[in-house]
Design a protein around this ligand. Structure first.
Ligand SMILES: Nc1ncnc2c1ncn2[C@@H]1O[C@H](COP(=O)(O)OP(=O)(O)O)[C@@H](O)[C@H]1O
Ligand SMILES: [Mg+2]
Length: 289
């Protein structure tokens, strides 16, 4: 075994034994760009790679994770916040081996939660981090407090933009806000509904150029998902496209995004401040997580 192998081995060991979940927020400037679809399908693709994945529905709009998956749950995050339920009690089994935490419109104003309610939310999330590999947070669009709270606390953020100019401009606003909120934010771009690879690359070039020029920051390009009629067909069937149409172009792209995520080395856990400490700080609570 070479020294490099040993180091790799050690990292793997630490990952398996100390690993708290990698928290990935999926966000965007505009709504309707494919955040929920990407969150859910990426989660399933990660689960197919042996990861334990939970999707947290923090987008409190109508087209939510449960609707997309045809789930109908009795309980949601509100019950955890109010203290009646533990977070593990409200986890719903989704397709493809993923679990879902149903959101609640009652959480639309995280800032308005009382101290006890915030603590309940944090305790639940902290427990969850111990029993999963990935927590994928489907956030609201835009630079509202709710979206920014989740995204700025996450370990990494996938910013979704379509090739539409308004989507690109709004994605930039999110990138700017997140970097202002958190200097060491780790963000990468996914271009959705691209006509082809070249168009996606052109979008990426625009965003990386302005991010570099005006913010002095790098924005990495994580990949793209093509515009594909199978996505809408799957939505109509309330079933994820990666499962229903595994050989569709969109599914293949999402599989590639998942492979890239798993291959990317997550920063070593012990060197990182946990999502929950940062999230608690955002909520104005002290946390020892
Ligand atoms: N790659 C794609 N190709 C074609 N249509 C897509 C694609 N991604 C998303 N859509 C369409 O856009 C709609 C909105 O997607 P959704 O994931 O709900 O967006 P968001 O969560 O950002 O609001 C979906 O119902 C689907 O019909
Ligand atoms: Mg959505």
């Amino acid at each position: 075994m070479t020294v490099g192998d040993q180091a790799q081995h050690l990292r793997e060991y630490v990952r398996r034994h100390h690993q708290r979940a990698r928290v990935l927020a999926v966000t965007s400037g505009k709504g309707g760009v494919g955040k929920t679809g990407i969150s859910v399908n990426l989660a399933i693709a990660l689960a197919a790679r042996g990861q334990r994945v939970v999707v947290l529905d923090a987008d409190l709009g109508l087209a939510n994770v449960e609707v997309l998956l045809g789930l109908n749950s009795l309980y949601n995050l509100q019950h955890v916040v109010e203290g009646g339920k533990e977070l593990v009690d409200i986890l719903v089994e989704g397709p493809g081996g993923i679990k879902v935490i149903p959101g609640s419109s009652g959480l639309a104003k995280i800032a308005d939660l009382g101290a006890g309610e915030r603590a309940n939310l944090l305790d639940g999330l902290r427990q969850l981090q111990e029993i999963t590999d990935f927590i994928i947070i489907d956030t609201m669009a835009g630079i509202g407090q709710n979206a920014i709270s989740f995204a700025s606390a996450a370990d990494e953020v996938l910013v979704v933009s379509t090739p539409e100019p308004s989507s690109i401009v709004d994605a930039y606003a999110v990138i700017k806000t997140l970097y202002q909120k958190r200097e060491d934010a780790v963000m990468s771009l996914v271009v959705n509904m691209a006509a082809n690879k070249e168009q996606a690359l052109a979008v990426s070039k625009k965003l990386t150029t302005v991010t570099q020029k005006y913010l002095g920051r790098n924005l990495s390009y994580h990949g793209y998902v093509p515009r594909d009629p199978h996505v809408m067909q799957a939505v109509m069937q309330t079933y994820p496209f990666v499962l229903r149409y595994p050989s569709a172009a969109a599914s293949k792209s999402v599989q590639e995004l998942a492979t890239r995520l798993v291959q990317q080395e997550a920063p070593m856990r012990d060197e990182r401040v946990s999502f929950f400490r940062r999230f608690a700080q955002t909520l104005g609570l002290a946390s020892s997580a």
